[in-house]
Design a protein around this ligand. Structure first.
Ligand code: SAM
Length: 192
């Protein structure tokens, strides 16, 4: 199994992607063509920029992408990066200044692990709920929300909340995501 996982890292290096995570987005996007349809994309937790690179290469030429992260990120062509915390006033201001409602909100965010599983699970749930709440407030009609989450005791509750808020909900485990990792991706399509 390790060989298969290493293949993604090697492939990323050969193809100029900053992280193997790029392939997770490529694989999810292959089915749903999320990026190609959006005029405004909000990417949360973007560093080091693997997903931003994918967005940059697949988005419509006039489409805008705003990416945010706590950490610094090297420039990606046609992506506007902001080094800010999701929970900060700066982020709230950024949202206020958006030119239109986003058609796509993407989050590959996860917290720095404390090593205490329950604490980490709750902190990641908080990030997930923030994204869901944000989508309720600002996502465009026919928009989509894609978040990284984890296969744990909170997933059932999160899925239920997604189903209450979106016409269609899909759980994805892309091949590039390590089988040993509990990470999964939850996609909500068309806000109710
Ligand atoms: C797995 S990495 C994202 C990898 C990225 N998708 C890529 O392809 O390169 C998760 C990121 O979420 C960011 N993050 C976590 N909590 C955040 C918060 N509250 N505000 C902004 N970014 C956050 C972390 O700093 C980290 O860089």
């Amino acid at each position: 199994m390790k060989d298969i996982q290493d293949t993604w890292a090697k492939k990323a290096k050969n193809e100029g992607y900053r992280s193997r995570a790029s392939y997770k987005l490529i694989q999810i996007n292959q089915t749903h063509k999320l990026i190609e349809q959006a005029d405004l994309i909000l990417e949360l937790g973007s560093a080091p920029g693997g997903w931003s690179q994918v967005i940059s290469s697949k988005k419509k030429s006039h489409a805008k992408c705003l990416a945010i992260d706590l950490l610094s990120m090297q420039n990606v062509d046609a992506v506007d990066f902001y080094k800010i915390d999701l929970f900060s006033d700066e982020f709230a201001k950024l949202l206020n200044d958006l030119p239109k409602k986003p058609d796509l909100i993407l989050s590959d965010m996860s917290v720095n692990l404390s090593g205490i599983k329950l604490v980490d699970d709750e902190a990641n749930l908080e990030l997930n709920l923030f994204c869901l709440d944000l989508s309720k407030k600002i996502l465009n009609i026919n928009g989509a929300l894609l978040i990284k989450t984890f296969s744990n005791q909170n997933l059932k509750k999160l899925k239920k909340l997604f189903k209450e808020n979106f016409e269609k909900v899909v759980l994805e485990k892309p091949p590039a995501s390590k089988t040993s990792s509990a990470e999964v991706y939850l996609l909500g399509l068309v806000p109710k």
